[in-house]
Design a protein around this ligand. Sequence first.
Ligand code: DHB
Ligand code: FE
Length: 314
Amino acid sequence: MARIVAGIGSSHVPAIGAALDNGKTEEPYWKRVFSGFEKSQAWMRETKPDVAIIVYNDHASAFSVEMIPTFALGCAAEFPPADEGWGPRPVPVVKGHPALASHIAQSVILDEFDLTICNKMEVDHGMTVPMNLLFGKVDKNAHWPCLVIPLAVNVVMYPPPTGHRCYMLGRAIRKAVESYPEDLKVVIFGTGGLSHQISGPRAGLINSKWDKNFLDNLSKNPQKLVKIPHIDYMREAGAEGIEMVMWLIMRGALDDKVDEVYRFYTVPASNTAVGHIILANRSRAARKSAAKSKRPAGKIKRAAALAKADRVRS
Ligand code: DHB
Ligand code: FE
């Protein structure tokens, strides 16, 4: 059975991609940002997922104002980097997992979430920047370390989906993954945000208090977040802060109680507050044995660590 082992939240600021592509990662401004992801890259190398489901938003690269699907699932075998005005980023073509993606489409659509199926799609900084932050720099002619299923969400033109809808879609995605027979280790990314506004009189707005509260609740109390209306994201986190609803798809695909593995927050990168979090599902084995012996919750962590050690040994 395929299983989701962890969720990853990450901002997608395009200037981070440009800094990486143009060799600026050692400049103090960018080092502050990239150094926050070093532990995450080590975690990713250790975790070695087979597939990453990456929830992201397109910025008028694959879609345009003429046609914007609310939720679009990438079912293709590959997704080339889009030309966002400076030529495509020098990153490898993203390889998909058409069989698992089609399975997710079937399961989720039969569960009444009407996804758009994309059999051809280019991907922009919304996806490739979080991939670089978590996987590091990858030569254009090499391969990303895992297969990717893109899920594009409309957060660029009103009306975006509600936070609650996003969270429930995450639940349906989890059910879909867990009904896939092949033994695959899957991670899910929620990307975009955190607070930022890139145009208009409030351009440059950042609200660190809001962002930190969002990360706290994402980790411990996601039910508080699913009730937040769009207008609050816009008012508190800026017009582009609405990208944060995508993190709720990731959170919905995880256990109610998760272990926060890592968190990083820095202000700013370009116009944006950079937020990052890794939330791990407690292993099934640990949960089962904890339920059996009805041990206090504190012991679950140790059981999860033991189960992990078992997996590493075997
Ligand atoms: C910036 C942030 C974004 O999320 C984006 O899509 C474009 C630009 C910025 O901070 O400049
Ligand atoms: Fe954006």
